[in-house]
Design a protein around this ligand. Structure first.
Ligand code: PAF
Length: 312
């Protein structure tokens, strides 16, 4: 596994890997083989957990070269957010990367990523004014800008993102489509602890009691899963789903609800309370953000029309 900290060095090692044939097995020099060699990219902010590991595994499965970036991106944090305390553990992250068969780890400093204050930001409109975008102004501009920069540095064919940040997936897909970026985004399923809590680097902030009560998030979404046949048969409204989720979360005295929203995915169009699944063409997601003390957790469930219909 190669560890690089500078952009120029990163470009050089990726160009060398592209000279290798599919699976990195033999040196080839014809342009068709160069094109066949797939670079898979997993951008992260480190403090890696099994959710990140699942992205690396998917990348390992689909790509010839796997590049992982670890960078806590300051421009996606608000002034009162947890940039300084965001958990970091480089040695452990490198062990995880090695275990998952990553080829190249990119570990830039802030000065390497932003040698001068950035004058250019990428702003995806509409999709970013809701959900986490409403609670965290400027957050998605920071995400899209750094991901665009990383795409320009790595030049990946495939890029892997977890569906826990469903809005991030929708926003990045919009950016890639709008700007004709030559990369395919691969959304990957949410990974949960055995008791249901969605994995997040921020889970370490939770006290034992907060951790216990935070299970109301996945419990509320499991209830949505349980009524998915009723949803698809249009016997429940969006408001009934929302109330079911809200009452489950409200059973935790420590839970402070930021939002519970039901939207189309990936368009993120909010649904009206009286609407039923038959009123929309797309999949829907039930998305939550809930604070426990200072820790804000997000989770969601996607109801895929086709998938549910095939089970009815
Ligand atoms: O999801 C994350 O960890 C970050 O938002 C990302 C995509 C690595 C950009 O900093």
């Amino acid at each position: 596994m190669i560890i690089v900290r500078e952009v120029a060095q990163l470009r050089k090692v990726i160009a060398e890997r592209r000279q290798l044939g599919v699976n990195g097995e033999k040196k080839v020099h014809d342009s068709a083989s160069l094109l066949q060699h797939k670079v898979g990219f997993v951008p992260t902010m480190g403090y890696l957990h099994e959710g990140h590991a699942s992205l690396m595994q998917k990348a390992r499965e689909m790509a010839d070269t796997v590049v992982l970036s670890i960078f806590v991106n300051p421009i996606q944090f608000g002034p009162t957010e947890d940039l300084d305390s965001y958990p970091r553990d480089e040695a452990r992250d490198l062990e995880v990367a090695r275990r998952e068969g990553v080829d190249i780890v990119f570990l830039p400093t802030v000065a390497e990523m932003y040698p001068q204050p950035t004058q250019t930001k990428i702003h995806v409109s509409a999709l970013t004014d809701r959900l986490c975008g409403a609670s965290r102004p400027g957050h998605f501009d920071g995400v899209t800008t750094v991901v665009a920069k990383l795409f320009n540095m790595v030049g990946p064919d495939l890029a892997f993102f977890g569906m826990k940040d469903a809005q991030q997936v929708a926003v990045l897909q919009q950016m890639v489509t709008d700007l004709n970026m030559n990369v395919t985004l691969i959304p990957c399923p949410i990974v949960r602890e055995a008791d249901g809590l969605a994995l997040s680097s921020r889970n370490v902030y939770l006290s034992a009691e907060q951790r216990k009560q935070a299970l109301v998030l996945s419990q509320s979404l499991r209830k949505v899963q349980e009524v998915s046949e009723d949803i698809v048969q249009n016997t429940v409204t969006m408001e009934q789903i929302r109330q079911m989720v809200e009452s489950t979360i409200a059973s935790s005295p420590l839970a402070d609800i930021d939002y519970i929203e039901i939207l189309t995915f990936p368009g993120l169009e909010p649904l009206r309370p009286e609407q039923r699944l038959c009123d929309v063409q797309d999949d829907i997601i039930v998305a939550l953000a809930v604070k426990f003390g200072n820790t804000r957790l997000i989770d969601n469930i996607r109801i895929q029309k086709v998938e549910v219909l095939s089970h009815v």
